[in-house]
Write a new protein. Sequence first.
Length: 324
Amino acid sequence: MRLLWCILAWTITITGLIIFFAWLIGKIFSNMFSWSQWLFWLPSPLILVVLLVCLVGGLRQWHPLKIQWQRMLPLLVAFLVVALAFTFWEHRLLAGAPSAPTGLSILSWTMPSRTEEAVGEEAFLGRVNADVALLTWGDDMKRAQPEWQPLLPNHRFYRGGVASIISRYPVQEIRPVVSRDEMRVVLAILNADPIFTEPLIVYVVDLPSSLSFNRMQGALKLRMILDGLNLPPPDLVVGDFNMIRGSAAVKTLFPDLRNAYDIGGHGYAATFHRQWPIYHIDLALVSPSIDVTDYQLVDPGMGRHLGQLFYIQPANLNKTPQDQ
């Protein structure tokens, strides 16, 4: 019986370490390759639970202490590595929220599709009351304007491709620029004076969600398409990337932009699935000329995606002459 328990304990240990190294390889190679993107999707909370179960499940009090430590130490190290990465790298769990964020408030939300039951979209938009709402798949917002307009009396509606914009500031232009292979990009030019003296170039993107979609190949293809269109470089890119924040594919697609959460975010950050958020696939990217004073996620109470609410301002706004 002791031999059986010993074999079982080591089997549990080896299984936990295999899962840990699969997670680690995914983090190292990200979604650079088709095989690694599957490992990159392994969620850290699940890995922590698995490692904790392996630690507890393989513990047998009658084993000699030396043997137990030889077996459990690798699992304990693996658990600490994942926990530290989860706390400080994947999420900014210890970062504090600003007392009063400043700048242009923007809501980015991938709205429920027509096949999903959604009630209260207008109330959610009114409750957030962002200066600009950048909505993906907001097809019905034009029809629902009598419901949300009293809640946002100073806002106007704009529509182009998969993007709908409800904005307190005028939108000079909005038009789809890419619609190919389920990859969609809408260009919008926003006049947010006096916060921004120059018009803001905004891209709203929607990328394929298929599990078979090769994220890196898609990013390379879309990057090539955008380069051939001679578009103005974006100040802000938002939308449903269906790529995890910080992935190699996102950096390949927009190499000069930074993630808004990495600048002004705090706490746990995942946007999908709304009820049990694990993956941060709805992203907001900003150019180096923009500072993010706050980034938070808001629950619309419907659909599959959480909304992103963030505040932006010119990056040099709070700098002294010596800093510039």
